[in-house]
Every structure is written in structure tokens, then in C-alpha cells.
Write a protein that binds this ligand. Sequence first.
Ligand code: S3P
Length: 437
Amino acid sequence: MMSSVATPPSATTQFIRPARSLRGSLMLPGDKSISHRYAMLAGFAAGTSRLTNFSTGADPHSSLACMEAMGAKVSVDGKTVVVTGTGGSLTQPKDGLDCGNSGSTMRMMAGLVAAQPGTFRFTGDESLTVRPMERIRGPLQQMGARIELTDGHAPMTVLGGPLTAIDFETPIASAQVKTAVLFAGLQASGTTSLSESVRTRDHSAHALRAFGATIDREDGRLKIAGGQRLHAIDATVPGDISSAAFFLCAALLFEDSNLVLDALGMNPTRAALLDVITAMGGTIKVLDVTEQHGEMVGTIQVNRGRSLRGIDIAGQLSAQLIDELPVLAAIAPYTEDGISIRDARELRVKESDRIALVVKNLRAMGAQVTEHEDGMEIPGGQTLHGGVIDSGLDHRIAMAFSIAALRAEGETEIHGAEAASISFPEFFTWLDELAVR
Ligand code: S3P
């Protein structure tokens, strides 16, 4: 279990007042997961890629900066990013590759550099430095790379070199590990194949195909031949459904909410939340759907029915909702019959120990909650009061409890609120605009 970073006294505090409803329409900034993959593959491909609606979060910009440090040319103009790639040969960076708070950058990029001649030293902030990296070392070392870790964590040094394809079964449900293996497999000799016990987000397969790679799915296994070249693309990043989750859950808290989300990423491996919202009594109207580079993108309208039911989340569903669990837990006390979350041990090794922090912050607002090693039980029908929230400098904790605060009695203080900018810098401004008071 990892400990959380204590919110420092210099942190920014946001004060959230209760609301009466949530109404409005918006287009979310680009999906964080897809932006990371486009940043890395554009930097690796030959030619100049133009990426619009790129994530405004700090994390994907860490990926861009790392690719720049390895020879890609990057220019950023608001949400438009132009990347001239290295044509498949990365240069050894002069200094370390600073991944900031981003586990995705460190894990997925390790796969990209594993086949490149040179020494690549990855560093990160205090939270990233305690996150597990063994999970990528295993397969990448099997393929022939050498990876040095510090007690299983960053700082991490990848000594790249020629790789050989492997057949890999992912022992934990992790799209980052899957991506590291695919990025290394792209450059290995032979065909790498991979199967997962739980199907995680499939953005890497779509992105690799968009950039020109052939990647097959046969009998539930992904197969990628080595030695493939990538070409540049023009792409628009779909809106981030994990950022939308905060407003979607907020909309469930009030009977007369009305929320329209335009150009939202609705990839089926990411959209489990939409089914959960429906199961809890929300109504979702899909107003329009298209496909862009293999990704489903649509416009949806969300309202809440008369009641807000609870739900049991376990097994595969926990893995598919992994980034949305903090906000679902934060609204759980307001449901009729509560929410149970199990099989979500991975939450303990995210940007913070998200089980411990959710439990602590729910209690700070007066909620009853039972903590389990792999989840929590939150009874419904509770009344919460405003409280002092410790974000642990974890973006999803800061935002999740801002949503819980909308239905509490009294004002809530979110300490370490600036963490929201890791994925969603606009969050507090937009919340203020959508909340009807
Ligand atoms: C991500 C995968 C998930 C998720 C993270 C982004 C990705 O992590 O929690 O926010 O973009 O592949 P794991 O692969 O560790 O489950």
C-alpha cells in the first residue's frame, strides 16, 4: 500500500458551496489517455502531425516534453499541438525524462525507448516516485531491454537495445502495461502477442493503426509485428469521458439537472460509466455518434430520473471504471441504497492511495463508510456536512469531493485543489458556471 502525499501548506484551497442543480452544455478538453498516445506516436512517426483538442492537462504535456527531449519538434498553440516526429529513432536525452505526476508517461514511454540504443533515465514527482514500475520491467526485460529501478519504483533507467518478440499474458489489468508491450513490440524482431484477463482501454491499438501500423486481434490476442514504420496524422482528440464523469455524477445529484456534452469520447472500453449512470436512474440520450481514427465520439444529454439508486461495483467493472470510482464513491452517500466497490485494489497505487483518501474525506464530511483492502462500502441515504478535504495532491480526489460538496450542508474547503490541473485545469471555473445556486 502506498502512502499519500500530504497536502502542503502552500497548496491552493477552493471553497465549494452547495448547489440547487447543474445545467449547461460543454465540450470537454481532449482525452488524457488518447493525448498521451498521440503525443508519443506523433513524436515517434515520420512527418508532421497536427493534433487538435489536445488535452489541457499537465500530464499529456509531460509526454510532449519528453518526446521533445528525445528529438521530436513540438509546438503548442492552445489546444492545437504540432509535432514533427523522429522517424523512429529517438535520441538519448541530455538530462533525465521528467514525467511529472504522470504514470502513463513513464510506463508507456518505457516501451517506446526500450528498443532504442541509449540510456533513458526517467524521473517524476513525489507521488510518481512511489508508484510500482515492476509491472513494466517484467515484460520489457523478457524482450531484451535492461531496466534499473529504485526499490521497484522511479527513478528508472532504461538501457535500450535490440528486442525480441514475446507472448505475454498481462497479470494485472493495466492499459499502461499493455501499451508498453505494444510500443516495444512495434520495434522488436518477430511478432509480439498479448492477452489480457480483463479487457482494458484499447486506445493504443486504435492509435497505432491510425499512425499506420498493422495490429491484429485473433482469438482474443493482440498481435503486432516488429519493424513497422509509422507516419504522421491529423487528428482531433475526443473529449475526456473521465473528466466528464465529475459533471455527469454532479448531474445525478439533482432532479432537474440537464447536461449536454458535445464531442465526447465514447470508446466502449471507457464508457462503462454511462451504463452505471443508467443503472442508477439517470437517463442518457445519445444525440449523435461518429468515429474518428477508431474512436467513437458523440453528443449526449444527461438527466436524472426521480430517484438515485445505488450500485454494486466489482470484478471486471471495477477495472473498467478505475478512474471514475473516486467520484462515484463521493456521491454514494446521496444514493438511496449506497454503493459497494470491491476488486479495486489498484486504487491504492494510483496518484495517491485512493481508497484511504476517499474514506478519510467522506468521513471528514460526516459520512459513514467501511474500508476494505480492495474497496469500500458506503451506505446510502446519508446527509453530509461541508468539510475540510485533503486532496493528497491527487487530481481526481480534489474534483470528486468538489462534487460531493454540491449536496452537502454548508461550505466545503478543498485543500490542494490545484492538483485538478493534472488532467482538467478548467474544472473549477466550469463547475462554477454549471452549478445553479
Ligand atoms: C491509463 C490507464 C489506467 C488509468 C490511467 C490512464 C491509460 O492506468 O488509471 O489514468 O491511459 O492507459 P493503469 O494502466 O495503471 O490501470
